[in-house]
Design a protein around this ligand. Structure first.
Ligand SMILES: CC(C)(COP(=O)(O)OP(=O)(O)OC[C@H]1O[C@@H](n2cnc3c(N)ncnc32)[C@H](O)[C@@H]1OP(=O)(O)O)[C@@H](O)C(=O)NCCC(=O)NCCS
Length: 177
């Protein structure tokens, strides 16, 4: 079973390769570039990634970066993006482990919400819900609004104030949304 550990900048080539292998041709280069760019982001709170490693090869990757209320330093939580598991290693629970490990890390940093923009069939099983994300306006217009979901990490009373969100520069590209 592959190990899951924190990624470092030395993992750049493996992270790029796993996204190139997992995503369809139309988006693989932009997602791989995003994954690599996020590895080098210096943010507060931190941007971090986890990798799944099998015999020294990276076979899975997920990144979490902070989101803030637009124009403020108020930390709302993190966004999970991107996520990929190499096709040869899919359906073994690795995607689940990467998501759960990252969500735990965001929780222990004090994050209140984790956002994701993706397939609700997949993310719904982890407690990501469109209705939780709905009061928070993503940084760019969405091509698929139903893909905008969030998982609460705190009780509803402690939710961040609704409003527009800012994210780290590599994710602020309208083509990714
Ligand atoms: C999505 C992805 C990360 C899942 O990785 P994984 O290691 O296979 O995930 P897990 O083993 O934890 O869970 C697999 C389950 O998720 C389901 N699943 C995977 N992709 C799904 C999707 N797009 N929609 C609904 N269910 C999906 C599978 O049916 C599978 O269930 P099963 O094993 O009972 O058949 C992987 O398929 C992948 O890299 N896909 C290409 C890139 C991608 O789509 N990334 C997410 C972008 S939003």
């Amino acid at each position: 079973m592959p190990d899951v550990r924190r990624a470092t900048p030395k993992d750049e080539a493996g992270i790029r390769a796993v996204h190139q292998a997992a995503f369809p041709a139309v988006e693989r280069e932009s997602v791989a570039a995003l994954a690599v760019d996020l590895l080098h982001v210096l943010s507060k709170p931190e941007t971090f990634s986890f990798v799944a490693v099998h015999e020294e090869d990276i076979v899975g990757h997920v990144a979490f970066s902070p989101v803030k209320r637009e124009g403020t330093a108020e930390w709302v939580g993190a966004i999970l993006a991107p996520l990929a598991v190499h096709p040869d290693f899919q359906h073994r629970g690795l995607g689940t482990r990467l998501i759960e490990t990252g969500v735990e890390a965001v929780t222990s940093l004090g994050g209140r919400v984790v956002f994701v923009y993706g397939d609700s069939q997949y993310y719904g099983r982890f407690g990501f819900l469109p209705e939780v994300a709905e009061p928070y306006v993503p940084p760019c217009p969405l091509q698929y609004p139903f893909g905008w979901q969030a998982k609460p990490l705190v009780a509803a009373d402690d939710f961040p104030t609704p409003g527009r969100l800012d994210c780290v520069p590599p994710l602020s590209d309208p083509k990714l949304w």
